[in-house]
Write a protein that binds this ligand. Structure first.
Ligand SMILES: C[S@@+](CC[C@H](N)C(=O)[O-])C[C@H]1O[C@@H](n2cnc3c(N)ncnc32)[C@H](O)[C@@H]1O
Ligand code: SF4
Ligand code: SF4
Length: 428
C-alpha cells in the first residue's frame, strides 16, 4: 500500500557544506525532470496526496520549480525543507502560485557567528532575508498563505543565544519554530564540537519554554520522549497530551532517493549492525505497484525494563536507530521514568487543590454524547466515565470553565484519563 504522504530526497546536490550534515554521504545520480514527472504520475495514480521535498538542497535540483508546478497541477500538496539560500524573488512569487503546505527553513543559530559556524560564512544573512521576504509576501498576498517554520538545532554555539532568539522571533510573529538536536551521524561525526550534551540541551529547552510561557509562540521540540513531551506541554500551560514518538519503519511511510530508489528511512543506511532488512528495497521506476515488502524490524525494546508496563507502549514507536542502542535506550527509559513521576505528583496535587482547570474548547456535545475534535478536524467519540461526562456537559452548558476536582469524588485514574484525553487544561 502506498502512503498518502511521501518523503523525497530529491537531489544529491547542495550549495553548502554544513558541519553537521547528516546526508553528506548521499551520492545517487539525480534523475532528470521528465523522469521525476513520471514518478509524480505514478505517485498520483497510487493515491499520494502530499510530498515533502528535502535533502540535499531541493532548490539546487535542476527544474525544482517545474517539478513543484507539476505536483500542483496534479493536486499534490508540497512541503519543503530548505537551507533558504537559493530562493530568489522570482521563485518566491512562483511558490505562491503553487499548492504549498509549508516551507521549513533551517537556521542553526540566532546570530551570524553561531549559524555561520555550522552553515558557512554569509549564510545567516541570506537565510534571514529569505524568511523576511516570505513573511512579507504572506502579508501582501490576498488569497494565499504559506506557513513558515524555522528549523533549528541547539548546538554548543547557540545554547546561550536565547535573548537573540526571542529578539529575532519578535520581528516575525507568524513564524513557527521547531527545535531539535544534532544526531551524531554523517559529517556531524567529524564535528563533535557542535553537539551539545544532554544537560546543556535540557537547560536551554527549559529556559526557552519558560520564556515562551507568556509569549505563547509556536515553538516545538522534536524527538522528545513521550512523558517529557507531556510534562513540557503542561509546563507551557497547555494540556498534558503529547504525541508518542513515531518512526517511519513502523508506519506506512517511504522515502524516495534522488535516483528513484525506495527505502524506509535514509538514516538506516548508517546502521552498521546486522539487521533483517534492506535499507533500499526497490526502485520506483521499475515497480508497477509498491512491493509488499516483508520488513522484519526488531522492536524488542518494548519488552524490556519499564517499557514492558508502560501505558503507551503500543503507540510508542521510537526511532529504530535509538531503539537499537543500549545507551540511548537507558537514557530514554530514565527520562520517561523521571517525567512520569513528576506528572503523577502533579495529578496528585490537582486532586488535592481547588485548582481551576480550563475545559478543552474542542469538546463537542452532540446527542448527549461527548466528542473530541482533533487537530486534523476529524471528530472522535470520547470514552469517559458517566460521572465525568455529566460534569463536562454541565460545565459546557453553563459555559463554566471551572472544575473543582476535590469537591467531586474523582479517582486518580479518572482525572488522569481526562487529562490524557485532552479534556481538561491547566489554568495558571
Ligand atoms: C538534511 S537537511 C536537507 C534540507 C536542506 N538542505 C536544509 O539544510 O534544510 C534537513 C534538515 O536536517 C537537519 N540536519 C542535518 N544534519 C543533521 C544532523 N546531523 N542531526 C540532526 N539534524 C540534521 C538540517 O539542519 C535540516 O534542518
Ligand atoms: S544540512 Fe542541508 S544545507 Fe547543509 S550541507 Fe546538508 S543538505 Fe546542504
Ligand atoms: S517507557 Fe518505553 S514504551 Fe514507554 S514511552 Fe518511554 S520509551 Fe516508550
Amino acid at each position: 500500500m502506498i502512503p498518502k504522504e511521501m518523503r523525497w530526497e530529491i537531489t544529491s546536490k547542495c550549495n553548502l557544506k554544513c558541519k553537521h550534515c547528516i546526508v553528506e554521504h548521499v551520492k545517487n545520480e539525480d534523475l532528470d525532470l521528465e523522469a521525476n514527472k513520471t514518478i509524480v504520475d505514478k505517485l498520483k495514480k497510487n493515491g499520494v496526496m502530499e510530498i515533502l521535498f528535502t535533502s540535499k538542497e531541493p532548490f539546487a535540483y535542476n527544474g525544482f520549480l517545474d517539478l513543484i508546478r507539476y505536483c500542483s497541477i496534479n493536486d499534490i500538496y508540497v512541503s519543503i525543507i530548505t537551507n533558504g539560500t537559493l530562493i530568489d524573488d522570482e521563485a518566491i512569487k512562483y511558490l505562491y502560485r503553487q499548492k504549498i503546505k509549508f516551507i521549513a527553513i533551517s537556521l542553526d543559530g540566532w546570530t551570524s557567528s553561531s549559524n555561520d559556524f555550522i552553515r558557512g560564512t554569509g549564510t545567516f544573512e541570506k537565510i534571514v532575508r529569505t524568511i523576511e521576504k516570505l513573511c512579507l509576501e504572506n502579508k501582501v498576498q490576498k488569497n494565499t498563505y504559506i506557513p513558515i517554520y524555522i528549523q533549528n538545532l541547539l548546538t554548543n554555539q547557540n545554547t546561550d543565544e536565547i535573548d537573540a532568539m526571542f529578539e529575532l522571533l519578535d520581528k516575525y510573529p507568524d513564524v513557527q519554530v521547531s527545535i531539535g538536536q544534532i544526531t551524531e551521524s554523517g559529517n556531524a561525526s567529524n564535528h563533535k564540537e557542535c553537539i551539545v550534551d544532554q544537560s546543556k540541551f535540557r537547560k536551554a529547552k527549559q529556559e526557552i519554554m519558560t520564556r515562551n510561557k507568556q509569549l505563547r509562540r509556536r515553538i516545538f521540540f522534536k524527538d522528545e520522549s513521550y512523558f517529557e513531551g507531556v510534562w513540557f506541554n503542561y509546563l507551557n500551560g497547555r494540556s498534558f497530551k503529547a504525541e508518542p514518538p513515531k518512526c517511519s519503519i513502523d508506519e506506512n511511510y517511504y522515502t524516495l532517493l534522488p535516483n528513484g530508489d525506495m527505502c524506509k528511512c535514509i538514516m538506516l543506511k548508517d546502521v552498521e549492525e546486522k539487521v533483517a532488512y534492506e535499507a533500499v528495497f526497490g526502485n520506483i521506476l521499475n515497480e508497477n505497484i509498491y512491493p509488499n515488502y516483508n520488513f522484519d524490524f526488531d522492536r524488542s525494546y518494548k519488552n524490556v525494563g519499564r517499557c514492558k508496563d508502560c501505558r503507551v507502549v503500543k503507540a510508542c514507536n521510537l526511532c529504530y536507530i535509538v531503539s537499537k542502542s543500549e545507551n540511548k535506550m537507558d537514557e530514554q527509559r530514565a527520562l520517561c521514568d523521571y517525567y512520569e513521576k513528576k506528572i503523577n505528583l502533579e495529578v496528585d496535587n490537582l486532586l488535592k487543590q481547588n485548582l481551576r482547570v480550563n475545559i478543552n474548547k474542542n469538546v463537542i456535545v452532540k446527542n448527549e454524547k461527548l466528542f473530541l475534535q482533533k487537530d486534523d478536524h476529524s471528530i472522535v467519540p470520547v470514552d469517559c466515565c458517566e460521572k465525568v461526562a455529566t460534569k463536562l456537559k454541565e460545565m459546557m452548558s453553563l459555559k463554566d470553565e471551572n472544575i473543582k476536582l476535590n469537591e467531586l469524588d474523582y479517582s486518580f485514574q479518572t482525572v488522569e484519563e481526562m487529562i490524557y484525553q485532552n479534556l481538561i487544561f491547566k489554568v495558571e
